[in-house]
Write a protein that binds this ligand. Structure first.
Ligand SMILES: [Mn+2]
Length: 287
């Protein structure tokens, strides 16, 4: 099935950081032609323009997040209803609750990320909704990011993959908040067990629908430094390819999201081109 690329330039810091320019940079680097993908356009509602942290929720830009989430959910739902397979380009991980609103509640989520994204409005050091997305999706708030409460997906069907151990007080609090029903394979364990083994096991481990989310800061900063919050001791490119290839090619995959490339940290475009090469390797080249 052909991929349909949808741009969601949501930077939840509200400062217009380079995540906002990642979808355009990936297109300029030839992603659509290389994948023979269809153009699903851009979600303009996803732009946040105010970096002020809301007192009540602790988040930056709740009204903008709700507007973005509704627009993302509508677009993804209509593509899925047409039998299409979306490839959603962030932006940061704050795009994910909107995507999950469009998925059947029994969908399995393969969440590959250097961080667990499990803070809430009070415990996030930044107030960026991209610190909170997995918490929101599994029903642990902050609800202000969504405009409704309750879990979007069953935590027992969520697989958190490639995250690093906590390094400071706020990340220790974040790690302690993770829903115990979520299956976790941190980066060190993933590399010990073998990325290909873990990926193949997950792809074959069920028969319901699945969504693949890739935050590029899962990759080791030696290979991909062009992210805002780099974490050491991550997956090297070959590990990432080995993990994600069986997931991206699973028949039951509904779609995929890719987040957190910071185009401002890549002035000559070399890392953006590398991301395109890796996506082509993982998803299959244009035929
Ligand atoms: Mn993330």
């Amino acid at each position: 099935m052909r991929w349909v690329v949808v741009d969601v330039p949501l930077d939840s810091s509200g400062t217009g950081r380079g995540e906002q320019r990642a979808p355009a940079a990936l297109r300029r680097a030839g992603l659509l032609d290389a994948l023979a993908a269809d153009d699903g356009g851009r979600i303009d509602e996803a732009l946040l323009r105010d970096p002020v942290r809301d007192q009540a929720s602790g988040l930056i830009g709740p009204p903008g997040l709700r507007r973005a989430g509704a627009a993302i959910a509508d677009r993804v739902a209509s593509l899925l209803a047409d039998g299409r397979r979306p490839l959603v380009l962030g932006g940061d991980c704050a795009i994910l609750p909107g995507i999950c609103r469009a998925l059947p509640p029994a969908t399995e989520l393969w969440f590959v990320d250097g961080h667990p994204d499990f803070s809430d409005g009070a415990t996030s050091p930044t107030g960026e909704a991209a610190d909170t997305d997995l918490s929101v999706i599994t029903g642990h708030g902050p609800d202000a990011a969504l405009g409704r409460d309750g879990a979007l997906l069953d935590p027992a069907r969520v697989h958190l993959l490639g995250h690093r151990p906590p390094t400071d007080d706020s990340s220790r609090v974040e790690t302690a908040r993770i829903d115990p029903a979520i299956h976790q394979v941190p980066a060190a364990e993933l590399l010990r067990r073998g990325a290909a083994t873990v990926g193949a096991g997950l792809a074959a481990g069920g028969d319901g629908p699945a969504w693949l989310h890739l935050d590029l800061d899962a990759v080791d900063p030696r290979d991909l430094p062009a992210v805002t919050y780099p974490e050491p001791d991550g997956l090297r490119w070959p590990d990432l390819v080995a993990l994600v290839t069986p997931l991206a090619r699973a028949d039951r995959l509904l779609g995929m999201s890719v987040t957190d490339l910071n185009a401002d940290e890549d002035p000559d475009g070399r890392f953006t081109r590398r991301v395109v090469e890796v996506l082509v390797e993982v998803l299959g080249a244009a035929g």
